[in-house]
Design a protein around this ligand. Structure first.
Ligand SMILES: [Zn+2]
Length: 219
């Protein structure tokens, strides 16, 4: 949902460039417009990551939804973005716009949580590892690869080290990724996609029109 024009002017007058190191949280009481890097969403006090915020997205509306109590957001990879104080923006936005925006946000969040829960229950460790590497790969533009260790991947997926090593070994053997000095490098996106479970397909760009051809009339 695009911001109204007058709000865009307020945002650019208040925006401050903000960098986050790995594990840093974005500033409280602010919207954070992410331009590069990846933020992870965590249940408070838990190491397992339940979702990602990727470049082009905004973090910080949760405060208005009272989600701030049970979840926290921290940088999974170093981040660059702009922070804007939420309160002046909240006053500037009309209630119907805010209501619609927050409703869309809440529905998307619920859908993602349900998909993630069933993924954890039914898909294999290799499929889930491939899915998370694909998510990070889509968000990262660095040609050197994704700055993440296997130990950190194990932590955010809730895996034992032996499971993540086996899963990464499986992806490596199939030519989908390489592991280089604390980085995961996707060497063949199509091979990686073939191993991923289908849980993220609703986030992928649609390549074919979804409507069907009308069925021929029977004589
Ligand atoms: Zn899945």
């Amino acid at each position: 949902m695009a911001f109204p024009e007058d709000i865009k002017r307020v945002i650019s007058s208040l925006a401050k460039k903000t960098f986050l190191d790995q594990r840093d949280a974005p500033p409280k009481g602010h919207l954070y417009f992410l331009t590069s890097g990846v933020l992870g969403i965590f249940a408070r006090g838990h190491p397992v990551c339940s979702g990602l915020i990727v470049p082009g997205s905004v973090h910080g509306w949760e405060t208005l939804l009272d989600e701030g109590e049970w979840r926290e957001t921290r940088a999974l990879l170093p981040c660059e973005g702009f922070s804007v104080p939420l309160e002046p923006l909240r006053k500037a936005l009309s209630d119907p716009w805010m209501f619609r925006f927050l409703a869309v946000h809440a529905v998307a969040r619920t859908r993602d949580a349900a998909t993630e829960a069933s993924c954890n229950a039914i898909h294999t460790a290799s499929q889930r590892t491939a899915k998370w590497i694909m998510r990070l790969h889509r968000a990262v533009t660095d040609p050197k690869g994704i700055l993440i260790t296997q130990a950190r991947l194990a932590e955010i997926l809730g895996f034992q080290r032996t499971s993540i090593n086996a899963s990464c070994g499986y992806l490596k053997d199939r030519g989908a990724i390489e592991i280089r000095r604390g980085r995961v490098v996707v060497t063949d996106v199509e091979k990686l996609r073939a191993i991923c479970c289908s849980c993220d397909t609703h986030r992928e760009p649609v390549r074919r029109p979804l409507h069907r051809q009308p069925e021929p009339m029977r004589a």
